[in-house]
Design a protein around this ligand. Structure first.
Ligand code: GLN
Length: 449
C-alpha cells in the first residue's frame, strides 16, 4: 500500500461519512501531494505515510485554521505549530482539521460556528468536546489517530463518549507553540486513537522541548510504544471516593469497578483515598480558565486576524463590532466572566481565591501520588448525552467536567480508556499518573485493552 493509496482511501472514506458526522471543518486537499512526495522520497520517520486528523485550534501553515469561530473563519496561518512540524518530519500526513467547540470552550462541539459533530455510535448524541471532531473521526474509522487539546477534559471526555483511547500528557510535555491559546496554564496537546499503541507512537513524536515554548520540558522523550507493557503487578492504584459522584450513572460505576477488579487480578492494589477539595474544582477551573481566556482572546480585534465588521465609523466600533459579531455566546460568556474575575474589585475574591484553592488541590493530588502510582475513576459521570440536551444550561454543561478538570489543575498526565457500555454507549475509565509518567498511564491502559 502506498501513502498515496492510503490517503486516497482515507479521503473517500471521509467524503462518504462527512454528511452525517460533520467531523471535519477543512479537509486538506494538498494531502495527496504530500503523500506522493513521501512515496517518492521513501520512509521519512515513524509515521511515514499515515494520515492524521488535526483539531482545528492547532495552526497549520497554508491550511485554514478557525478554532471553530466566526472570528477566524478565514484565517490562513503562515507558520506551523511545533507539533505540526514534528508530525511532518515523522512523515505523517495532515488529512484535515477537525471540528471543536468554539476556541475549545465546551463539552459537546455544539458551540462550533460550523455546526455540531455527531457521535458515530448514535447520531442523536454529542461526540463530546471540545475535541469531539477528532474523537468522532477516530471512532468512525476515518483516521487511525487524531490530535486534540485538553484544557479541562477535552481529549478524555470525547474519548470516553466515542469508545476510544485518548491521552493528555503532563503540562509541558508537548509544546503549545502554535496552539490557539484558551487557558495557557492548563492547555495541552494530546492524542486520540482506537489502539493505545498508536497514541503511544504519536505522543513520542510530538513531545519534547521547544525553544518557542518556555513551559515545555527538556526531559528526555521516551519511546512510549517500544516501552509498552502490560505488567500491573505491584502497581498501587488510588481511587478517590469523591470521584464516585452522586448522579454518576450506575452502569458507569459498575464498568469502572469491573476494570478495577481486572487490575486487582493482574496483581495491582486498589485503595480508596480522599480529595476533599474536588468539590470546588469546577468553580476554580471556570474562574481561572475564563480569566486566562479573557486575556488570551484580546488579540482578536478585527485588525490582525479573521473576521472584520463592516460599515464602522471609528476604530472603537471596529473592535466592538468585530468582537460582538465574531464571537459566539459561550465565548462571550467566558470573556465576561474572566474579565469580571480579574477586575480590581473582584480580583481578590475570585481570581486570587481560585488560584489559592488550586494550590491546595494540587497538594492533595500530589500527596496521593506520593503513596500511589496511579489515580483512577470514571472519565465522565454519564455516557454521551443528547444533542441539545445541555446546550441551554451552561452550569449543567460545566458540571459535566468535574472528573476531568483535576488532572489539568495539577498538570498531570491523564487518559481515558474504553471500559464497557452503559445503555449501549461507551464508558471511559480515567487513569491519572505522576508528572511525566505518561508511560505508566499508557501501560495501564494497554493492560486493559
Ligand atoms: N469542557 C471544558 C470547558 O468548556 C474543557 C474544555 C477543554 O478542555 N478545552 O472549558
Amino acid at each position: 500500500l502506498t501513502a498515496e493509496d492510503l490517503t486516497n482511501q482515507t479521503l473517500s472514506d471521509i467524503n462518504s461519512k462527512e454528511d452525517k458526522l460533520n467531523t471535519f471543518i477543512t479537509v486538506n486537499d494538498k494531502a495527496i501531494d504530500t503523500a506522493k512526495k513521501i512515496d517518492e522520497d521513501g520512509i521519512r520517520g515513524p509515521l511515514s505515510g499515515i494520515p492524521i486528523a488535526i483539531k482545528d485550534n492547532i495552526v497549520t501553515n497554508g491550511l485554514k485554521t478557525t478554532a471553530a469561530s466566526k472570528i477566524l473563519y478565514n484565517f490562513m496561518p503562515v507558520y506551523n505549530a511545533t507539533v505540526m512540524d514534528k508530525l511532518d518530519k515523522a512523515g505523517a500526513i495532515d488529512i484535515g482539521k477537525t471540528n471543536l467547540d468554539e476556541f475549545a470552550m465546551g463539552s459537546s462541539t455544539e458551540t462550533s460556528y460550523f455546526g455540531t459533530s455527531v457521535n458515530p455510535w448514535d447520531f442523536s448524541r454529542v461526540p463530546g468536546g471540545s475535541s469531539g471532531g477528532s474523537a468522532a473521526a477516530v471512532a468512525s474509522g476515518e483516521v487511525i489517530a487524531a490530535l486534540g487539546t485538553d484544557t479541562g477534559g477535552s481529549i478524555r471526555q470525547p474519548a470516553a463518549f466515542n469508545g476510544i483511547f485518548g491521552i493528555k500528557p503532563t503540562y509541558g510535555r508537548v509544546s503549545r507553540w502554535g496552539v490557539i491559546a484558551f487557558a495557557s496554564s492548563l492547555d495541552q496537546v494530546g492524542v486520540m486513537s482506537k489502539r493505545v499503541e498508536d497514541s503511544a507512537k504519536v505522543l513520542s513524536v510530538i513531545s519534547g522541548h521547544d525553544d518557542h515554548d518556555s513551559t515545555s520540558s527538556a526531559k528526555e522523550v521516551p519511546d512510549y510504544q517500544a516501552n509498552l507493557n502490560k505488567d500491573m503487578s505491584g502497581v498501587k492504584i488510588a481511587v478517590p471516593k469523591e470521584f464516585w459522584q452522586e448522579g454518576t450513572h450506575k452502569d458507569v460505576l459498575e464498568n469502572v469497578n469491573k476494570a478495577l477488579d481486572a487490575y486487582k487480578k493482574m496483581g495491582a492494589t486498589v485503595e480508596e483515598v480522599s480529595l476533599p477539595t474536588l468539590k470546588h474544582a469546577v468553580e476554580v477551573y471556570y474562574v481561572l480558565a475564563s480569566s486566562e481566556a479573557s486575556s488570551n482572546l484580546q488579540r482578536y480585534d478585527g485588525v490582525r486576524y479573521g473576521y472584520r465588521a463592516k460599515d464602522v465609523k471609528n476604530i472603537n466600533d471596529l473592535f466592538v463590532n468585530s468582537r460582538s459579531e465574531g464571537f459566539g455566546d459561550e465565548v462571550k460568556r467566558r470573556i465576561m466572566l474572566g474579565t469580571f474575575a480579574l477586575s480590581a474589585g473582584a480580583y481578590d475574591a475570585y481570581f486570587k481565591k481560585a488560584a489559592e484553592v488550586r494550590t491546595i488541590f494540587i497538594k492533595e493530588m500530589t500527596d496521593v501520588l506520593k503513596d500511589y502510582d496511579l489515580i483512577m475513576g470514571p472519565s465522565t459521570t454519564t455516557p454521551a448525552f443528547k444533542i441539545g440536551e445541555k446546550v441551554d444550561d451552561p452550569l449543567a454543561m460545566y458540571m459535566n467536567d468535574i472528573l476531568t478538570i483535576p488532572a489539568n489543575l495539577a498538570g498531570l498526565p491523564a487518559a481515558s480508556v474504553p471500559a464497557g457500555l452503559a445503555e449501549g454507549l461507551p464508558v471511559g475509565l480515567q487513569i491519572i499518573g505522576k508528572p511525566f509518567a505518561e508511560q505508566d498511564v499508557l501501560n495501564a491502559a494497554y493492560a486493559l485493552q
